[in-house]
Design a protein around this ligand. Structure first.
Ligand code: IPM
Ligand code: MG
Length: 360
């Protein structure tokens, strides 16, 4: 039996991971995949119970498991805490501790929801891209980092640091992914200003030589932000560093119109994977059975694909979600203007997905 560690976290995290667990249980039983869940604390929940957003025993438990399902971290209760001890530090800490360097964030439009985008439907229809974000390096983790309050003028420093090996391994992930998609990689950078980006250019070019069938484009990050709203369909795989990837993956997600729908995977070199919805902890709707569990459920599909190579089981979840949307079931976040239907809650959305799974 393979252990899956569930880290529900804060806000709507526990509600959405509960539905993802129900779905995984059913689909794994059907596909003869033997799994067992073990729950542990992260983020604000861990601060409250243990005084720290991530503890060594949880890291150890995750290390010895097959995969990790995470909900979300953070909330107003912990907002006044210093950066070094906030719930978010738990998330950054687990990424670093487990070496989860490759963050895969697919952004696609669900045809039933194309109208939910703030962009015109004809711009949005057919968007299908994958943001491959480097997750354990760059300015998020670079040293030195400090605020200097000793002089008359307060000064703060963060460092963007990448070595060529970190760049090469994430680039390989992007090219491998593109091989199974539309064979196109866009490297996003700021090489007109940053030395770090100049090194990325060099290394990405070197790695690209091993993938002669994949087309490579380099795009400045500012113009990429522009093109994402102008012609989002042109992008297949985007590869970039930690900070640019953070920003662009939110933008890519939002133009699909449904942040509540998008899953993600973070993979380590040995293959260990952590799966989480792209959305946050949404404290304003937490505990009211209003959250959309579909991003968490689809994160479960990514888990089956990447950590279990169970492509049929993953496909079954995706088809069930599509069918539920086509049938018109909506949580509050994905209800379309002019759609005159009652919305359903988090648990009922889980029920609907399970119902569909029974009939496929
Ligand atoms: C994300 C989030 C995190 C990040 C925060 C919560 C630390 O925005 O996963 O994109 O910046 O990486
Ligand atoms: Mg982010």
């Amino acid at each position: 039996m393979d252990r899956i560690v569930v880290l529900p976290g804060d806000g709507i995290g526990p509600e959405v991971t509960a539905q993802a667990q129900r779905v995984l249980e059913v689909v794994c039983a059907k596909h003869d995949i033997k799994i067992g869940f073990e729950e542990a604390l992260i983020g604000g929940a861990s601060i409250d119970a243990k005084g720290s957003p991530l503890t060594d025993d949880v890291i150890e438990l995750c290390r010895e498991s097959r995969a990790i399902l995470l909900g979300a971290v953070g909330g107003p209760k912990w907002d006044d805490m210093p950066v070094a001890t906030r719930p978010e530090k738990g998330l950054l800490g687990i990424r670093k501790a487990l070496g989860l360097f490759a963050n895969l964030r697919p952004a696609q439009v669900f045809s039933a929801l194309a109208q939910a985008s703030s962009l015109r439907p004809e711009v949005v229809e057919g968007i299908d891209m994958l943001v491959v974000r480097e997750l354990t390096g760059g300015i998020y983790f670079g040293e030195p980092r400090f605020i200097d309050r000793s002089g008359p003028v307060r000064t703060a420093t963060n460092a963007m640091v990448y070595d060529e090996n970190e760049i090469a391994r994430i680039t390989r992930v992007a090219f491998e992914a593109a091989g199974g998609r539309r064979q196109h990689v866009t490297h996003v950078h700021k090489a007109n200003v940053l030395e770090v980006s100049q090194l990325w250019m060099e290394v990405v070019e070197e790695v690209a030589k091993n993938y002669p069938n994949i087309e490579l484009a380099h795009q400045l990050v500012d113009s990429c932000a522009m093109l994402l709203v102008k012609e989002p369909r042109r992008f297949d795989v985007i590869v970039t560093g930690n900070l640019f990837g953070d920003i662009l993956s939110d933008q890519a997600a939002m133009i699909t119109g449904s942040l509540g729908m998008l899953p993600s995977a973070s993979i380590a070199e040995g293959g260990l994977g952590l799966y989480e919805p792209v959305h946050g902890s949404a404290p304003d709707i937490a505990g009211q059975d209003l959250a959309n569990p579909l991003a968490a459920i689809l994160s479960g599909a990514m888990m089956l694909e990447h950590s279990f190579s169970a492509h049929d089981a993953a496909g079954a979840i995706r088809s069930a979600v599509d069918a539920v949307l086509d049938a018109g079931h909506r949580t509050g976040d994905i209800v379309l203007d002019g759609e005159n239907r009652p919305t359903i809650g988090c648990v009922e959305m889980g029920d609907r997905v399970l119902e569909q799974l029974e009939c496929v």
